[in-house]
Ligand binder design. Sequence first.
Ligand code: R5P
Length: 287
Amino acid sequence: MIVISGSASPKLSLRVAKRLKCKLIKPEMSSFPDGENYTRIDADLKGEHVLVVQSTCYPQNDNLIELCFLIGAVKNLGAERITAFVPYLAYARQDKQFKPGEAISIHTVCKLIEATGATNFVTVDAHHEEIMRNFSIPAYNLTAMPLLGRYLSKLKLKDPVVLGADKGAIERARHVALEMEVEYDYLEKKRITPEKVVIRPKRLDLVNRDVVIVDDIISTGWTIVEAAKMLKHQEARRIYTACTHPVFVGNALRRIRTAGVKKVVTTDTIERKESVVSVASLISNVI
Ligand code: R5P
């Protein structure tokens, strides 16, 4: 097995290669004067199982095209199996037509990855499990929630409750709570515009309890901000948040901290300062 490090996932690639005790290759990448990308892998990959690790976080389109070029180059070098490990899968939230005529973006993204030569696909906490059905090759959606739960259980929280940021996140909250051996529930959320979210209070006794809000993605941060406001109103003690994908658009992190969230715990599917949990063990176990 050989690991190819995409430029969006250098730390994760290294962690995965270490865990798998295999060679790590950093491809040669540059741009032509007109802005087009150049990609070269200087290695003999004939007959190998190659793991291409590349997140499709911002700049999504550049990272996606890099992923496709890497897979194409690996294929041309004669690899026998090519596993595309895309820890954060961009466009996953556009998985249906919300209005007639819209592109189902994630469908095209999955087809692209497959068409360039991936023989297997692995991601982490895809927005919906159904996204995997866009692939004809074996495709696996792993979850980082137990890893986040394990991290949180070491924080010595007081009488903690784990809350899914919305109904869709209840399964994620359950995985975290199971690891922490605590109660879990979800928050009722209504999105008014892409930038405005209203959270309806649930009848939970949160008084003087530490609360962990769990979600797959933190993007603008408004979901967490609104939840934090409501939880403070319910006299929660300290508020934590944990997510798999720290998208963190603009001032999201500052906004969340200003709303009174004590700590943001996240993974290295997108490499940030807050990425204190690595998903490397997930992929190495599955490989
Ligand atoms: C939505 O369904 C997702 O699970 C997240 O709750 C959402 O993407 C978070 O977005 P934001 O941080 O912009 O509120």
